[in-house]
Design a binder for this molecule. Structure first.
Ligand code: ZN
Length: 286
């Protein structure tokens, strides 16, 4: 890891701010409004209009990376993106698919409750864990993996990435991948920036460590503790094909988040939605 990091630091030096649109820190302007945060090159952006019900126009669609990277061996690292993936691709099999994601854990007070509900309905989800939480709750990481969920990397201490030095960011991300690999045998292949605050360094380091960047489509805003009913309502209103839902299983009192999934998950399933997991672009090429 150290050697790999040192080599990588020597290769990549630039660090321009390339935040994702829409989701900002509480009380700060939305990222995307600052200098250098324009649309920029976006070679993998999806065609407008396709399967866009319920999705914002700017929604960034996951597509095979054939346009920017020809066939690669399976072990190749992901291409360095300029924006995170925000939704499932519009293609056969995803017409009624959604993805549930839970960030900031694991927390022994709330994560088991969410896992219990997911198990009750036979649904798999993604957990973007913070290293400092994961390190103390490896049993929960193992339960996630054993029950078929995907564990993603959400940094070690949940910092605002654009404020970090590159070595600090390498440590935040690398240590977290190490803990997950030690606990479940495999390092994460998905990465999510805290607060949705991405920059070039985050994309580069994530790709170097074999991860694709995943943002979200619908923010449940459960971290504001708006009440269980409000969380349920926001998710049901945001439900649409390809949507990636953001919720939290840690970072505060998440009892509302646990009660909410007991309500919205059966309702989504009753409406015909299928909870799924995203497929890595490299795997979709094969
Ligand atoms: Zn977070």
């Amino acid at each position: 890891m150290l050697l790999r990091t040192a080599v990588f630091l020597g290769v990549a030096a630039a660090a321009g701010l390339v935040t994702s649109g829409g989701e900002g820190l509480p009380g700060t302007p939305a990222p995307g409004s600052g200098p250098g945060a324009g649309p920029g090159p976006n070679p993998a952006a999806g065609a407008p209009g396709a399967l866009s019900r319920g999705l914002p126009e700017k929604a960034y669609r996951l597509r095979p990376m054939t346009a920017e990277a020809p066939a690669r061996p399976p072990a190749a690292k992901p291409a360095v993106r300029t924006r995170p993936i925000e939704a499932l691709p519009a293609e056969a099999g995803t017409a009624s698919a959604m993805v549930l994601t839970f960030d900031d854990g694991p927390d022994p007070r709330y994560t088991p409750g969410i896992l219990d509900v997911l198990a009750r309905y036979g649904v798999r989800a993604m957990f973007f864990v913070c290293g400092e939480m994961a390190d103390e709750n490896r049993d929960l990481l193992r339960r996630m993996a054993a029950e078929g969920h995907v564990i993603g990397n959400h940094t070690w201490t949940h910092p605002l990435i654009p404020k970090l030095s590159r070595p600090a960011l390498v440590s935040e991300i690398g240590r977290t991948s190490d803990v997950v690999r030690q606990a479940v045998g495999e390092a994460p292949v998905w990465f999510r920036a805290p607060y949705g605050a991405w920059n070039r360094a985050a994309f580069e380091i994530g790709a170097e460590l074999g991860m694709e960047p995943l943002a979200w489509t619908v923010d449940s805003l459960d971290w504001t503790e708006p009440g269980t009913t409000a969380i349920v309502s926001r998710i049901l209103k945001g439900a649409a094909p390809g949507v990636v839902v953001l919720s939290h299983d840690a970072g505060g009192d998440r009892s509302q988040s646990v009660r909410a999934i007991e309500s919205y998950l059966p309702q989504l399933l009753a409406r015909g939605y299928r909870m799924t997991l995203p497929v890595l672009p490299a795997a979709r090429m094969r």
